[in-house]
Design a protein around this ligand. Structure first.
Ligand code: F6P
Length: 333
């Protein structure tokens, strides 16, 4: 092992010193890392403990919950509430805000999370992950008014994800760049393996669920057609396509080697506003991508500037390498 792979705690204490981070935030991030380790452990033993199947319940999105969705959700609730400044949790799997404090005060934290993203991959033993985001209250709020947790992505003070792949990655930003850690089996430590991730500005790789081609609006269809036209098309070069059907895995690939990820509004999801959820999927990823030098857009608007109207609101998304996102946006003009 490379000795320069410092541990998560060493890194966090250093960041706290450098950027004046609150110790509560540092401890909360350690709790989130512990949660992700626990979720990963449950995911890995899922098939052996008959935890891969579906529950009889559905979540607010009308999706059938997997047993592991519920297990992962419980892990977040149980392990992210140690910090006395956690005011509320907002989860993909729970219809309403989970209030932890009766009188949330200025300086308290709201935590948004998707406990297990890409869970359709579970039954086939492919990568899944967890996504989280933290917002610090700038004023006291009223616990009875749920609209007060509807915050713009630009208010995030921290966002991250953990990818449960061949190894566990834990990647996050405090708004001072993006750093990625790998879990070291045996010691249980997360070690810094991807310091200061920067997304290459240009790319020749894209990710989209192309089976929805007929459902797309013209700008997306035209953009896609130009990409696959390759050397003889207007882009003058070949593009490679990837689709893992797990947003965390797609974003991790893009952070490491560049690319663009699209999940647009189409004629099947228009009424819902798209496929992916704004507060605990799209916004945290947009913050991470921007912090790594990339761009995140709906096609017509910066993701981080969207004013959310509902807790489980959805949003179209195009994010990744800057010039390619700008190219995709140009088709919407
Ligand atoms: O949370 C939704 C999600 O599982 C994402 O992780 C993933 O990018 C997408 O849905 C997959 O969508 P589809 O079912 O269209 O492939």
């Amino acid at each position: 092992m490379n000795v320069s792979h410092i541990t998560l705690r060493q890194f966090l204490l250093n960041e706290a010193k450098l950027h004046g981070l609150d110790l509560d935030l540092v401890l909360l991030l350690e709790d989130l890392a512990t949660t992700c380790r626990i979720v990963s452990h449950q995911v890995r033993r899922g098939a052996l403990f008959q935890n891969l199947g579906a529950m009889s319940s559905t979540n607010i999105q009308g999706e059938t919950q997997k047993k592991l969705d519920v297990i992962a959700n419980d892990a977040f609730i149980n392990h992210c509430t140690n910090c006395s400044r956690v005011a509320a949790l907002i989860s993909e799997e729970v219809d309403e805000v989970i209030w932890i404090k009766e009188n949330p005060r200025k300086g308290d934290y709201l935590i948004y999370f998707d406990p297990l993203d890409g869970s359709s991959n579970l039954d086939v033993n492919l990568s899944v992950g967890s996504i989280f985001s933290i917002i610090e209250l700038k004023e006291d709020i009223d616990q009875t008014n749920e609209t007060q947790v509807l915050r713009k992505g630009s208010e995030q003070i921290c966002a991250g994800y953990s990818l449960y792949g061949p190894s566990i990655s834990f990647v996050f930003t405090f708004g001072q760049g993006v750093n990625g850690f790998t879990h070291q089996t045996g010691t249980g430590e997360f070690r810094l393996t991807y310091p200061d991730l920067r997304i290459p500005e240009d790319t020749s790789e894209f990710a989209i669920n192309a089976s929805r081609y007929k459902l797309w609006d013209d700008p997306v269809r035209l953009y896609f057609e130009d990409l696959i036209a390759g050397k003889d098309g207007p882009r003058g070069r070949p593009f490679n396509m990837r689709w893992i059907a797990s947003m965390v895995a797609e974003i991790h690939r893009i952070l490491v080697r560049g690319g663009v990820f699209l999940y647009p509004v189409d004629s099947n999801n228009r009424e819902l506003g798209g496929r992916l959820r704004l507060l605990y999927e799209v916004s945290p990823m947009a913050f991470i991508i921007e912090q790594a030098g990339g761009k995140a857009s709906t096609g017509t608007e910066r993701i981080l500037d969207i004013e959310p109207k509902t807790l489980h609101q959805r949003s179209p998304v195009i994010l990744g390498s800057k010039t390619e996102v700008e190219m995709a946006e140009s088709y919407f003009k």
